[in-house]
Design a protein around this ligand. Structure first.
Ligand SMILES: [Zn+2]
Length: 161
């Protein structure tokens, strides 16, 4: 049976999972691309880092032992789901490949990349008031529909309609 690496007490997380995520996000920001991580008393190691120019969050959940039975794998999948639920929701993450699996040793790990958060609307349409996500379509802040209508009216006014 492989030994789980000896974890210093300062790295053992005994708080809630929601607080763990907040702490990891904070630490990852401080560490500038290196992994922030904590171990849970029941054996999972949860790591988070920021990658790329945009600083997208990458999450890694690992255990020192690979499950030996189908039931064990199911429990592992359930455990992953619990973490994701507390870490912003399953929809907030997509699976990604582990870049440095050497750190896992004989254990098991899963990695996830935070999905890009849709940008908030830049403005609202000055005619009809709907949010405008892609500014610069037209001279004013107009939604696509109003911009097309305005364009058609202009074309008609110029005698091209
Ligand atoms: Zn509009």
């Amino acid at each position: 049976m492989p030994e789980f690496p000896t974890i210093p007490e300062s790295r053992v997380w005994r708080g809630s999972l929601a607080d763990l995520f907040a702490k990891l996000v904070m630490r990852a920001a401080e560490l500038g691309g290196r992994w922030a991580w904590y171990a849970l008393p029941r054996g999972a190691i949860v790591s988070l880092r920021r990658v790329g120019a945009a600083g997208a969050l990458e999450l890694r959940i690992a255990r020192g032992e690979t499950p030996a039975t189908p039931e064990g794998f199911r429990a592992w999948e359930i455990e992953l789901g619990v973490f994701l639920r507390y870490f912003g929701g399953r929809d907030a993450w997509e699976p990604t490949t582990l870049e440095d699996p050497v750190l896992i040793g004989t254990g098991i790990a899963a990695a996830f990349r935070a999905k890009p958060v849709p940008a908030p609307p830049l403005a609202t349409c000055s005619k009809c008031g709907v949010p405008v996500h892609d500014g610069g379509l037209y001279r004013d802040d107009l939604c696509t529909r109003c911009a097309m209508e305005a364009g058609e009216r202009e074309a008609q006014a110029r005698g091209h309609g």
